[in-house]
Ligand binder design. Structure first.
Ligand code: MSP
Length: 672
């Protein structure tokens, strides 16, 4: 068999049963495969990303019957749910396989014939305990006092003829293969579980057919028309059959359409055995090469509970994407939990991630940078003269963390699917970027050292640019938007254009990952829409405390559509004393880059501490007339007393903007 050359990358998801609608578990694996596909495409590899649906077998037949549909008719309807969800979640699959595709059915029949001819299959009589309502066999051990362990009804002993794949003879070879190829099953703990199982249990042979008298919805066995294949035998073969008819230029003479074996089969932990044992031994029997890796991820619980229809807590990925945005949802799934471990999903955790990582860290860095670039340089980014990395610790950090030619640690995590660590690296740069602004105080440099300001701005621009390329696989839309706001044209096209011609001989990355990459055209940043507005989190009502008092009937009327519980009376407002104050002096509070201590004249001298240090330099504040709440109870902020609060609005990027009177008013003037 001619094999896939190394510049091709083939990745699969499980094919999903069409007996139900897609949930977060389906979305999880599919997004993971999308992330890896996008990363590899950016690296210049040809990618074949396959997903699809598993449409045969008892589960689907039963679900169709309950709906009064034919199995195929049912599948045709249900498959749409998956296809439209993948579109919504921005999944870039290259093909979608359905096990009812004629070409797939033919491949399955060809393969079962091949195995039969090779003597890898035997017909045997099988005796087992059968639960007629559930339509399934149980072993002697599983049966509970003569009853079905699932539904509790009586089971009967049935003798049935079936075809068996002689799996047991591959046990030793399989153990050897797993031991010799450390990345074959990942994560490591799952590999050890499979090895432990194989070392301490004798592998049986696998029953791969069902008599048509019991199940007719399956692929007919070519050498015995009374039987159809067991659904897993048919399903696992999708990974191979797709390479016969769904790959690019399939079947065209000279197209070199070799795509086997897969680099990764991504699966959930519950279906690891079928892949690691059934599928691997099937391939051994066929004499086909084994895949590079089978990766088993963990399961999501929801608010600490198992996800189930009966609990009514099944997470609909489409709803989450509508509510919080596709990229925020994609980001959350891979940042929150290590890929491979179980994790808990909650909307509160998702909102926290959006507010802290996306709005505060990433969104803030970008919008502050863009605002400053516009303010100081009319949006132009210039490459400063001299070496910007040697002298500058921030730039050096970025180079070391993100440039593959300098340090490959970040990129090495891609081969082990350590998505959350990759994201962590990117976030280190983003956070360091925010600190860099606070330390360098560009607003001061604008007055004192334009050259240094250019260096700072260029370095931040570059850090944001590198973050965008690295984030692209996770958040493709966001990355493209960042790219455009940074004054560049197309992240994907420009990355591809920057690939060295020799990349596959030398294993090089696109030049775009280098610090000194420039697009060769004038860069003018453009502040676009805010990427991640903060989400207002609803406070949970504490009984007896936060509960609103019942409204008096008169309050219910004339509120102009506002919830009357939120309105205050003029008397309430009169309790707040607002005055014009003049800033006499200002300095930073030690140890904080946010807090500034102000001495303000509001008719009397008072000290006010304000969280405006990221947007204002202290010296810019001196002499300003501001609005101060003067009858606020004194409070201590980082140990410094504050008597009053200045008023500020919040702009699009979440930055405070101080309120000032429209023309000069004397300090101490009251505000009504
Ligand atoms: N049809 C088989 C797979 C055949 S592959 C040759 C199948 N289909 S399924 O529709 O049941 O898919 C289930 C997938 O979703 C599995 O990978 C499973 O691990 C995953 N999940 C189901 N519930 C899950 C969670 N609560 N959390 C994460 N993934 C979960 O199995």
């Amino acid at each position: 068999m001619d094999l896939k050359p190394p510049h091709r990358f083939y990745i699969t998801t499980p094919i999903y049963y069409v007996n139900d609608v897609p949930h977060i578990g389906h979305a999880y694996t599919t997004i993971a495969a999308d992330i890896l596909s996008r990363f590899n495409r950016l690296r210049g590899r040809e990618v074949f990303f396959l997903t699809g649906t598993d449409e045969h077998g008892q589960k689907v037949e039963k679900a169709a019957r309950e709906k009064g549909r034919s199995p195929k008719g049912h599948a045709d309807i249900m498959v749409e749910n998956f296809m439209s969800l993948w579109k919504k979640l921005n999944i870039s699959n290259d093909a979608f396989i359905r096990t009812t595709d004629t070409e797939h059915v033919k491949t399955v029949q060809g393969i079962i014939q091949l195995l039969w001819d090779k003597g890898e299959i035997e017909k045997r009589t099988y005796t087992g305990w059968y639960c007629t309502p559930d339509e399934r066999f149980w072993t002697e051990k599983e049966v509970v006092q003569g009853s079905c362990p699932e539904c509790g009804r009586l089971v009967e002993q049935i003798e049935e003829e079936n075809y068996f794949f002689l799996m047991s003879k591959y046990q030793e070879r399989l153990v050897q293969h797993i031991q010799d190829n450390s990345g074959y099953i990942l994560p490591e703990t799952r590999k050890n579980e499979v090895l432990g199982f194989l070392r301490s249990n004798e592998l049986g042979d696998l029953c791969i057919t069902r008599p048509k008298t019991r199940l007719s919805w399956g692929v007919e066995i070519p050498f015995d028309r009374d039987f159809v294949t067991y659904v897993w035998f048919d399903a696992l073969l999708n990974y191979f059959s797709a390479t016969r008819y769904l790959v690019p230029a399939a079947g065209q003479a000279g197209s070199g359409d070799f795509w086997w074996p897969a680099d990764h089969h991504l699966v959930g932990k519950d279906i690891l055995t079928t892949h690691a044992v059934y599928w691997s031994t099937m391939l051994m029997a066929l004499g086909f090469p084994l895949p590079g890796n089978i990766f088993a991820h963990g399961w999501w619980t929801v608010d600490g509970k198992k996800m189930s229809k009966s609990l009514g807590n099944v997470v609909n990925p489409g709803d989450m994407a509508d509510k919080y945005g596709v990229d925020a949802f994609r980001y959350f799934l891979f940042r929150e939990v290590t890929f491979g471990l179980d994790g808990d999903f909650s909307e509160t955790a998702l909102m926290n991630r959006v507010n802290t990582d996306l709005a505060n860290d990433l969104g803030n860095l970008l919008s502050r940078f863009l605002a400053m670039a516009e303010r100081y340089f009319g949006g132009e980014i210039e490459v400063p003269s001299g070496n910007t990395t040697e002298l500058n610790p921030f730039a050096r950090d970025c180079v070391h963390a993100m440039i593959p030619a300098v340090d490959d640690t970040h990129y090495a995590h891609w081969s082990n699917l350590r998505f959350n660590i990759i994201l962590d690296h990117i976030w280190n740069i983003i956070r360091t970027g925010n600190n860099h602004i606070a330390q360098k105080e560009p607003w001061k440099l604008a007055r004192t050292d334009i050259n240094e300001l250019k260096v700072v701005m260029f370095n931040i621009w570059n850090a944001l640019r590198l973050s965008a390329v690295s984030l692209y696989p996770f958040m493709p839309d966001t990355a493209e938007k960042m790219w455009k706001q940074l004054g560049l044209r197309s992240l994907v096209d420009e990355t591809k254009q920057s690939l060295p011609a020799t990349s596959w001989d030398t294993n090089e990355y696109p030049k775009i990952y280098e610090w000194d990459w420039m697009p060769g055209y004038e860069i003018r940043v453009s502040k676009g829409e805010q990427l991640f507005p903060r989400i207002e989190m609803k406070k949970k009502a504490q009984p007896g405390k936060d509960e609103k008092p019942p409204l008096a009937p008169s309050e219910k009327e004339g509120t102009g559509g506002f919830e009357s519980g939120n309105l205050i009376t003029i008397n309430d407002f009169a309790k707040i004393q607002l005055k014009i104050g003049k800033v006499l002096s200002a300095e930073r509070v030690q140890g904080s880059n946010k807090l500034i201590k102000l001495q303000v004249d509001t008719g009397e001298n008072r000290q006010v501490v304000a969280g405006i240090g990221k947007s204002y330099a202290p010296e810019d504040l001196i002499g300003k007339r501001i609005v101060v709440v003067t009858n606020l109870q004194p409070a201590k902020l980082m140990g410094v007393e504050s008597r009053g609060m200045l008023l500020a609005a919040t702009d699009d990027s979440g930055e405070p903007v101080i309120l000032v009177p429209e023309r000069d008013v004397k300090e101490g003037a009251g505000i009504r």
